[in-house]
Design a protein around this ligand. Structure first.
Ligand code: SAJ
Length: 411
């Protein structure tokens, strides 16, 4: 079998390439970013992820190659980013298009081209098939198209690559079976074959389901705050019902999946989506809600100096170093808009400077402020030692993870 070329070595592509390489597949990883490729070639990882250093070491021993060039082969997996256009909220398929074109420039006859990147339903029909046909190539003969979306969650990627079920969307059962065999090298869970459009839609629907569920929890948090009730107790009780599973409220929904994918449905079906759009709006409004709650708490404790307010956590969720679309970044936009620039920030996972008043030592951070706003429930903040430091602070805990504090306020 020819080598497998994985294109796009980001949060999804790199772990996927490493898993293939450590399970008997000859892999070449390709990325346009010269610095990124150099880093990987020199034996260093480009982001932190539990268990990844071990897999990286094994993959290197197994002979994985990193390069900026596309490989001449007949097996490709594209895992490049798929952003959305800010105004129309539609998918911006430019990276997938570019990668597909570069594959078509070099690939061997009878190539299987797998697109793993999340794409709006219908993208392969509307955008990718024409690219191939324009070149006079025949789909199903020269090129076999597949959509194989992933389901891994940052923080538990290696484990989930192994144990999560996957979907393979293809035009024919034979091609689906072939690609299923590739993934079965490392994936021990069920792999379901379907058509391409259903595979595209399933990925977006899964993330939209969670977005809607989180929006419901966030709406409940606001109702409970108004009523002086405990939203966590309420959700805990409701979830005792065997068919109810409400997620947890929080300061917003960040990351590059749940906060992005529902927009593809909004962009493509504006006259149908109602619940989907409403959920997006609720979750997007949460940083403003938190901003207002911070001011309520400041008022209750006569805090007027913003340098006495400390924001704990900048990443989009706990125990990862990824700040994409994070609620804290959105919250800081509100502070900046009103020139409230003295607010301090700290995140144990963020070493580079994003804000003037960012601190790098947790004790100094807590000691210098009166009000600690917890935006992310990193394990660190739940630590007993940190609990001691928080004991005589006012805490606004948007993640319901802090036990200590002179006064602890919730959502
Ligand atoms: N969040 C809440 N309340 C909750 C759960 C999460 O407010 O009860 C927030 C988080 O704090 C975070 C955001 O939602 O800001 C998203 O976090 P997440 O951990 O739920 O999800 P992601 O974006 O890291 O990963 C998701 C996963 N999708 C689903 O669970 C349906 C993952 O399986 C996908 O592979 C990934 O998106 C993706 O690539 O699409």
């Amino acid at each position: 079998m020819n080598k497998l070329n994985v294109i796009g070595l980001g949060y999804i592509g790199l772990p996927t390439a490493l898993m293939f390489a450590t399970h008997g597949v000859e892999v070449v990883g390709t990325d346009v970013d010269v610095e990124l490729v150099k880093t990987l070639q020199s034996g260093n990882l480009t982001f932190e992820e539990d268990g990844l250093p071990e897999v990286f070491e094994q993959a290197q021993k197994a002979g994985i190659i990193f390069q900026t060039e596309y490989l001449k082969t007949d097996r490709y997996i594209i895992t490049v980013p798929t952003p959305y256009l800010k105004d129309s909220k539609k998918l911006d398929a430019k990276y997938v298009i570019k990668a597909t074109e570069q594959v078509l420039d070099v690939c061997l006859p009878n190539t299987i081209l797998v697109i793993e990147s999340t794409i709006a339903p219908g993208t392969i029909d509307k955008v990718i098939r024409p690219l191939i046909e324009q070149r006079g190539l025949v789909i199903g003969k020269d090129i076999h198209l597949v959509h194989a979306p992933e389901r891994i969650i940052p923080g538990n990627m290696v484990n989930e690559l192994k144990h999560n079920s996957r979907t393979i969307g293809a035009d024919s059962a034979a091609v689906a079976e072939e690609v299923k065999n590739w993934y079965e090298s490392f994936c021990e869970a069920e792999i379901v074959a379907t058509d391409i459009k259903t595979a595209e839609m399933s990925k977006v629907v899964e993330n939209t389901f969670r977005d809607i569920n989180i929006a419901f929890a966030n709406e409940l948090a606001q109702i409970c705050h108004q009523e002086g009730m405990d939203v966590y107790e309420l959700i805990h009780i409701a979830n005792k019902h065997p068919r109810v599973n409400i997620l947890q409220p929080g300061p917003g929904v960040g990351g590059h999946c749940i906060s992005v994918d529902p927009w593809f449905l909004v962009g493509d079906y504006p006259s149908i989506v109602n619940v989907v759009l409403g959920a997006r709006e609720v979750n997007d409004s949460m940083p403003t809600y938190v901003f207002n709650r911070i001011h309520e708490v400041m008022k209750l404790h006569n805090i007027t100096d913003y340098s006495k307010v400390g924001i704990y956590g900048m990443t989009y969720k706990e125990n990862v170093d990824d700040i994409r679309e994070s609620p804290t970044l959105q919250l800081m936009e509100r502070f900046e808009k009103y020139n409230m620039n003295d607010v301090k920030l700290y995140d144990p996972y963020i070493k580079e400077q994003h804000f003037d008043n960012q601190l790098y030592d947790v004790e100094t951070f807590i000691n210098e402020v009166e009000l600690v706003v917890v935006m992310v429930s990193h394990n660190q903040i739940k630590d007993e030692k940190i609990g001691q430091l928080l004991k005589d602070k006012v805490v606004y805990d948007t993640k319901n993870c802090v036990v200590a504090g002179k006064h602890v306020y919730k959502m």
